[in-house]
Structure formats: structure tokens, C-alpha cells
Ligand binder design. Structure first.
Ligand code: 4AZ
Length: 230
């Protein structure tokens, strides 16, 4: 996270760290007691057995609880070349217990995405271009870009399953992938951190997977009922 501030996990209690062989590789979000959503590119070529989830911690390398992962599901229309549908669901072996540091976030709906909407993205990624790693959870508020601006920055790359967000000197960055983008107004999950050219470069907004386009798939895989949504 570039240009943000240190956050306590109780302010983003849906945030989790996805560990591969005990190392943080990506962020994720709790959507029910047994299910985490992250980015498909975080799981590419990796075996489910080597994944664990750290919940309830404001730090990268300690604290919280570690949860075993039973299985992982990449979106059926995920493309590793274009990053279309960059979504992955992870099922925990044991359901987690909700408390002040662990809470699910409800899925956003299409009307919640509009140019200028304030969204909070959080993570344990770098604090400036791939260079400076962060031990502490950070968050930053950025604004949803117009689709015109998004497509102009990334010609022929932006699909209906993606949106852009940006703000001056603020962005997600390397290691934030898979993590949440929350609607500040609605408190719902709008996006999953997916990709971008550089970080906080005014020419290139961050690109996020659009959760509202994956609702049917998420509900069918997880059995989260429509009544769980806000
Ligand atoms: C990355 O490398 C990455 N600014 C994630 C997000 C963004 C750029 C890079 C968006 O994981």
C-alpha cells in the first residue's frame, strides 16, 4: 500500500494474509466462516496443501491465528494471460470464529461502482514500487476511475470484470494482490487487488477484479445465500 496509513485489524476485520509455505504472498477477504476470496493469480501453479491463512493480525510475520486450507477454486473463466476474472476462493479446513479481529464482509452490488466512489484497499504489500516492504497492515482510500480513463491507461486489457481506482500518490502495490477493496459508503466488498503498471504512477491506476460480476460463481461454490448480501 502506497501513501496509506497503518491500520489495526479491527478496522478491517475481514482482511487475511494468504501464506504459501509460511510466507505472506497475497491478501484475502473473509466472506463466510469457511471461505476466503483472493486473486487467482496468487494461486497459479501452486498446490493447495502449501497454503495457510493468517487471520486477526495487523502484522505480516506474527500474531493472529493460522488456518489450514482444505481446497482452492480459481474462477472457471480466469485467464492467466489477461488476468480476466482474477478470483480465487479458498475453503478453510475448520470454520473460523468471528470476533473483533475476524468478521466476514458482504459482497457489493453493481450500483455501488461509480466514478469517484471512495474505496478502501488494505494490505501488507510494499509502500513504494516493489522496493519497501511493510511489516504492518496498511490501508488507503482511492477513488473508482471512469471506465474511459481505465481503458485508456490499459488499452485492450480492461474487461467488464475489472475496474480501476486511483488517487494522488496512493495505490495498492506488490504483495497487496488478492486483498480487499471495500466500499467506504456501503461497507461491502467491491474488488480484489489484481494488477497495475508500477504503483501510484499517475498514468496508471490500479486494476481490481469486480466482485459484483462474480457473485453467481461465488454463491454457487460457497453456498453463501443471497440473504447474506447487503
Ligand atoms: C503487484 O505486483 C501489484 N497498483 C498489485 C497491484 C498493483 C500493482 C502491482 C496496482 O502485485
Amino acid at each position: 500500500i502506497v501513501g496509506g496509513q497503518i491500520m489495526d485489524i479491527t478496522n478491517v476485520p475481514y482482511f487475511v494474509s494468504l501464506l504459501f509455505n509460511d510466507r505472506h504472498i497475497c491478501g484475502g477477504s473473509i466472506i463466510s466462516e469457511s471461505w476466503i476470496i483472493s486473486a487467482a493469480h496468487c494461486g497459479e501453479g501452486k498446490n493447495a496443501e502449501n497454503f495457510t491463512i493468517r487471520s486477526g493480525s495487523s502484522r505480516k510475520s506474527r500474531g493472529g491465528k493460522i488456518h489450514a486450507v482444505e481446497s482452492v477454486y480459481s474462477h472457471p473463466n480466469y485467464s492467466s494471460s489477461t488476468l480476466d476474472n482474477d478470483f480465487m476462493l479458498l475453503k478453510l479446513k475448520e470454520p473460523l470464529e468471528f470476533d473483533a479481529k475476524r468478521q466476514p464482509i458482504t459482497l457489493g452490488e453493481s450500483y455501488m461502482y461509480y466514478q469517484g466512489a471512495h474505496v478502501l484497499t488494505s494490505g501488507l504489500g510494499t509502500t513504494q514500487d516493489a522496493m519497501q516492504s511493510s511489516e504492518f497492515l496498511r490501508g488507503v482510500v482511492v477513488e473508482i476511475s471512469s471506465s474511459k480513463k481505465c481503458k485508456a491507461a490499459y488499452p485492450s486489457m480492461i474487461t467488464k470484470n475489472m475496474f480501476c481506482a486511483a488517487a494522488d500518490k496512493k495505490d495498492s502495490c506488490q504483495g497487496d494482490s488478492g486483498g480487499p477493496v471495500e466500499s467506504v459508503y456501503y461497507g461491502t466488498l467491491l474488488g480484489v487487488v489484481s494488477f497495475g503498471i508500477a504503483c501510484a504512477d499517475e498514468k496508471y491506476p490500479g486494476v481490481y477484479s469486480k466482485v459484483s460480476e462474480a457473485t453467481e460463481w461465488i454463491e454457487s461454490v460457497t453456498n453463501i445465500g443471497a440473504d447474506m448480501r447487503k
